[in-house]
Design a protein. Structure first.
Length: 152
């Protein structure tokens, strides 16, 4: 496999972005799903989305959105997903590198995330990146694990 390329999604990527987010939702049985309007906010609004490609094929995604419930300088990572055949090849790291660099440049002072206890590999991945446990910050009924990365 060739190197992974990651780029920020733009409005013309809506079909590909919807496809991979829908695959994420289906794969993990997500109950609280983004609709198309929310997805558009990631492509041309207050949020941001990155798509990962390998050998010309879409292989992963991640979203960053403002987390206004915490404060004006807080953000949240959502929808980190790598297609199964491409896991272990550095795709998730490349996606998170892009997201975290953008968050710093955009002036956020922290990135939050929520997860589920059955996502142990993901939780370990986030811990290696410096995310640490925090108290519940949202009402997501699927999440019981909450983490934060300070950016300061």
């Amino acid at each position: 496999m060739n190197a992974v390329s990651v780029r920020r999604a733009v409005p013309s990527d809506e079909a590909a972005a919807w496809e991979i987010v829908d695959e994420y939702n289906t794969s993990f049985g997500v109950v609280l799903r983004d609709d198309r309007a929310a997805l558009r906010e990631y492509l041309d609004g207050t949020g941001a989305m990155w798509l990962a490609y390998q050998d010309g094929a879409l292989v992963g995604c991640v979203v960053l959105r403002p987390l206004r419930s915490i404060g004006p300088r807080a953000s949240e990572v959502k929808r980190l997903y790598v297609r199964p055949a491409h896991r272990g090849a550095g795709v998730a790291g490349a996606l998170m590198d892009a997201l975290e660099a953008h968050a710093r440049a955009a002036g956020y002072d922290a990135i939050y995330l929520d997860s589920r206890p059955d996502f142990q590999a993901a939780i370990r991945f986030y811990q290696r990146r410096g995310y640490a446990p925090v108290a519940r910050y949202n009402e997501n009924p699927e999440a019981t694990v909450f983490m934060r990365l300070p950016l300061g």
